[in-house]
Design a protein around this ligand. Structure first.
Ligand code: NDP
Length: 337
């Protein structure tokens, strides 16, 4: 069984060497007699920014990784054997698994069976899994969007952002996204249907840039980035604007987080800023799947993934999230379905 082990807790930016590829001996490809466990052959691994928090002992809402043990995260897997009455051999599932070829899952209630297979299975690492749910909850539920409103999305070409932008367009909003390269800006405008987009790295005065794109103010800012981006957004918010706080990726590797200076605009503009965690909302998953299936059937959604091959590519793919190497949702294919 090939595995990627977590070396030790870190500070600062994660490096490839914080994760170690090892090969352990042969494993028995069946679950122990009488157990409730499920044996998975992992097909796709998801790389997600929150995994950086798990490399530090203190401050993550998900338990930290254990040094010397495999990295864990969202995956799409085939069931090779099962002692669980709800999951059968041959099923495909998504949920938490190890960064390894085969995982024995002792608490399979965290696994979700994949029933809708008219899309690639890898979609369950993202748009039909955790990041799609994040976009759905954060935008459709928490942001209270209305037709005709102005929406700004940061990290807009990524796993969450590209879906938020499309939801906002379906809602009849005016949507602008930012991303870190011209290729990504082109994707936003030409593939995902954003009304406009810009490369934030080429804008020396982000506050002025946002004023140009939103002369009447931003009704909804879908926050993925934090720091200087948030500071530039705050003075540009409309009265009664909403800021669902999904993530602040610019802050995850910093020991001393950036100071945000413009929070007073929350008062002046009566803005509602609300953090959320997708894991509090999984009861909405069946509703979400019904909505998403219909969108896919009606060809209303497009999706871009950045798929790299092989377990050995996973560490570089994960750290690449923090330099913007990924174009679209970062996935690692470790076996063919
Ligand atoms: P992405 O697919 O968007 O990948 C991360 C992207 O962030 C990079 O490609 C890069 O794009 C951008 N980025 C990296 N570093 C910086 C920086 N310093 N400043 C600005 N942009 C940066 O990731 P996801 O869509 O999976 O996640 C987006 C956000 O949503 C993250 O903050 C994540 O933590 C959060 N999240 C929150 C959840 C919740 O439950 N609250 C659940 C899932 C995700 P670029 O080239 O454009 O800079």
């Amino acid at each position: 069984n090939k595995q990627i082990l977590f070396r030790d807790y870190i500070s600062g930016s994660p490096k490839e060497t914080d994760m170690i590829l090892t090969t352990t001996g042969t494993i028995k490809l069946e679950v122990p007699e009488g157990s409730n466990s499920v044996l998975l052959k992992n097909l796709y691994l998801s790389c997600d920014p929150y995994m950086r928090g798990r490399m530090t002992q203190s401050d993550s809402y998900v338990a930290a990784f254990t040094p010397g043990k495999p990295i864990t995260g969202y995956a799409v897997s085939e069931v090779l054997d099962s002692g669980n009455p709800n999951i059968k051999k041959g099923d495909y599932v998504w949920g938490f698994a190890g960064w390894e070829q085969y995982s024995l899952i002792e608490n399979p209630q965290s696994l979700t069976k994949i029933n809708y297979t008219d899309v690639p299975l890898s979609y369950y690492t993202g748009i039909l899994g955790m990041t799609g749910m994040t976009a759905y909850v954060g935008f459709n539920k928490l942001a209270s969007p209305k037709k005709g409103e102005s929406v700004y999305v940061s990290a807009a070409s990524g796993a969450v952002g590209q879906v938020v932008g499309q939801f906002a367009k379906m809602m009849g909003c005016y949507v602008v996204g930012s991303a870190g390269s011209q290729d990504k800006v082109d994707l936003l405008k030409n593939k995902f249907g954003f009304d406009d987009a810009f490369n934030y790295k080429e804008e020396p005065d982000l506050t002025a840039t946002l004023k140009r794109y939103f002369p009447k103010g931003i009704d909804i800012y879908f926050e993925n980035v934090g720091g200087k981006m948030l500071d530039a957004v705050l003075p540009n918010m409309s009265v009664h604007g909403r800021i669902p706080v999904c993530g602040m990726i610019s802050q995850y590797n910093l020991e001393h987080k950036d100071g945000v200076h413009n929070l007073v605009h929350l008062i002046m503009k009566r803005v509602r800023m609300e953090g959320f965690n997708v894991s509090d909302h999984y009861h909405l998953y069946p509703e979400f799947m019904e909505v998403m299936k219909q969108y896919f059937m009606d060809e209303k959604l497009v999706y871009v993934e950045d798929v790299v091959e092989g377990l050995e590519s996973a560490p570089a793919a994960l750290i690449g999230l923090f330099t913007g190497q990924n174009i679209g949702k970062q996935v690692v294919r470790i076996s063919h379905d």
